[in-house]
Design a protein. Sequence first.
Length: 278
Amino acid sequence: MTWEDAVVWLRNQPEKRQLVLDAFYDDPLIDAAERYFASTEWQAVAKVLQNRTGRVLDVGAGRGIASYALARSGFAVTALEPDPSPVVGTAAVRGLAAEARLPIEVVEEFSERLPFDDGAFDVVFARAVMHHMRDLDSASREMFRVLRPGGMLVAVREHVISKETDLGKFLDQHPLHHLYGGEHAFVLDRYIGALRGAGFAAIEVLAPLNSPINLFPYTIETLRSAVVQSLTSKIPMKPVWRAALASKSVFMSLLSIAERFDHRPGRLYSFVCHKAPS
């Protein structure tokens, strides 16, 4: 199957409805884009981008939900997407931009060969894109090249494995990989090495359990409820668990500890990378 075929198949599975909504694959597309704009994930991204303005390149724009959010936030957006699909590609982005009356420029191309001048953008944004890249080093260099001095790359929700032998486990559990075969994941050092090798002066790593960007569709509140429910299923003392985890600071501290033992294949990391001023 193509990626479009896989997404259409997923949308036709009634038992997968929540997954479709969580992935923003539902229609009308403008409603999905507005829901993303209101999500805790985007609110956290918006804080990272606070006080940033100008031109932004949305790499691997997909069906355009991030391009929509970026344009709504005041950026001049260029959406880069190699797939022309009306469901998950450039045709979808163009339709969304027209319906929302947002000036989003759409370019059909791969991230490994960006058709833009050096320093053309103030921000490069990539949502769940780097783990798909055929040449991670080349794509990282290209994203660095098109950023102006002092610019920022924000790469969010990238799948990470602890060791190469975990890749098969991740792919086996992915809901769509068996249909189109396009998923992948890297060890954390592989991402960081590619970004450093591209020339980024500072790289902030956002860990899976400590950022709303990576937690989505969970929030801190819904994750806490899920943890209480899980503990209650093992030791039926729900009021005790709820009281013990009632404090947000206590719960966040426990998540920080849990982070050290989190080896789930495909867990999500995000990266905020800065290009040094000239």
